[in-house]
Design a protein around this ligand. Structure first.
Ligand SMILES: *Cc1c(COP(=O)(O)O)cnc(C)c1O
Length: 410
């Protein structure tokens, strides 16, 4: 073996030793409440396809039609000759859905975060992140070379402390508006690994008080909150006061990609400056068309029906799991954050324990992944249960019983 592979094997061995090694699992079925892994069919509680759209005939049909009309590939970046009709239709649909002037779609949520944050900020600016924001936002902040400050999760006092500090450090050395330093706060609305919600109204009030900008990632809230299911910003009544509304198209929307919704100047600026948008081949037409169909579905009466069903399952699961998660070291999490979400974490703590719990569930043909560092902090390993409308009440009961049994055997 050459020294390169030896070195990598050493590093892999270190990961195994810490119970942090990961492996791909080949899934031989569509995305649904049942997935086929190896020879087994497992009851799946790990998908972010909350409304069961990834495998819906309407989305599949939209994708097939787009392939037939526009081909399998998009041929070039959006600014060269890849800006196909399905991309424009998606963006009109998104702006209309969110009630904003304009929207821009990206190939992934990850690319949305890096492209947008790096376009808006440079090395003289300050970016303030919630401690638990998604890795793509952390990476975007680093890549932007702005000064990074992190506030304790959902902690408004800590956020305000940092905003005051930022104000002091942002003495405008020049009246030239071009060189004025900026402060951007970034948070998720519903947090991906904790399922709790940011206090958006208070954050909006703080950012206005201190003259900062705000970007909210609605990856796990789009399609799930608000009268029109636009997200938590809608439910909190602050959509119009958030400068940059981000979301993804691969979760409740059922397709793939990411988006920014906002004013026309914001979108025009991103078209000119977001490098992950400019220097990347346009998403395939099928993805854009499926996403358009997904967003429209969410707005339909069938979308509303599924949304209701999902919350019934969430309620059933939470009620069943509460006694277990209560004793699992995070008793006060629930009180701190009464907002329900389709993400129900069961904190285990140590990595080996989480891996063992996941394996024990798999013995019972239930798939719930162990979430470990670096997705969450060390010592914060957990089972992350996600519910979708494709789960029946019996599926949820089966999960609750299985969790109960592994909890009793601890
Ligand atoms: C999934 C996710 C992303 C990344 O989106 P992709 O389309 O999967 O790249 C960004 N932010 C949050 C909060 C997410 O959960």
């Amino acid at each position: 073996m050459n020294s390169f592979d030896e070195e990598l094997n050493r590093r892999l061995a270190a990961l195994r030793q810490q119970n942090l090694h990961r492996e791909l699992r080949r899934v031989d079925s569509q995305q649904s409440s049942r997935i086929k892994i190896g020879s087994k069919t497992l009851l799946n509680f790990s998908s972010n396809d909350y409304l069961g759209l990834a495998n819906d005939p309407i989305l599949k049909e939209a994708a097939i039609k787009a392939i037939e009309r526009f081909g399998a590939g998009s041929g070039a970046s959006r600014l060269i000759c890849g800006s196909l009709a399905p991309h424009h239709e998606l963006e009109e649909t998104l702006a209309n859905f969110k009630g904003t002037e304009a929207a821009l779609s990206f190939s992934t949520g990850y690319a949305t975060a890096t492209g947008t944050i790096c376009a808006l900020l440079g090395k003289n600016d300050i970016i303030i992140l919630d401690k638990l924001v998604h890795a793509c936002i952390v990476d975007a902040a680093r890549l932007s070379s702005a000064k990074i400050r992190v506030f304790a999760h959902n902690d408004l006092d800590d956020l305000e402390k940092i905003l005051k500090w930022a104000k002091k450090n942002i003495q405008h050395p020049t009246s030239n508006i071009q060189h004025r330093k900026r402060v951007l706060i970034v948070t998720e609305s519903v947090f991906s690994m904790d399922g709790d919600a940011a206090p958006l109204r208070d954050i909006v009030a703080l950012k206005e008080k201190h003259g900062a900008w705000l970007m909210v990632d609605e990856a796990h809230a789009t399609g799930l909150y608000g009268k029109n299911r636009r997200g938590l910003a809608e439910e909190s009544g602050v959509s119009e006061r958030i400068e940059i509304q981000m979301g993804t198209l691969g979760k409740a929307v059922g397709a793939s990609g990411g988006y920014i919704c906002g004013t026309r100047p914001l979108i025009d600026f991103l078209v000119n400056r977001a490098r992950s948008f400019i220097f990347s081949t346009a998403p395939v037409p099928a993805a854009a068309a499926a996403a358009t169909a997904g967003v429209r579905f969410i707005q339909s009466s069938e979308g509303e029906r599924r949304w209701r069903t999902l919350w019934e399952r969430v309620e059933q699961c939470r009620t069943g799991i509460l006694p277990i998660s209560d004793s699992a070291k995070d008793g006060d999490r629930r009180d701190a954050c009464p907002t329900l979400s389709a993400i129900i974490p069961i904190l285990i703590g140590d990595e080996a324990g989480a891996v063992a719990a996941s394996a024990a569930l798999r013995e019972q043909d239930i798939f719930v992944p162990a979430i470990r560092y670096p997705t969450v902090a060390r010592g914060q390993a957990r089972l992350r249960v996600t519910l979708t409308v494709t789960h029946t009440p019996d599926d949820v009961s089966e999960l609750v019983a299985a969790l109960q049994s592994i909890h009793n055997h601890k």
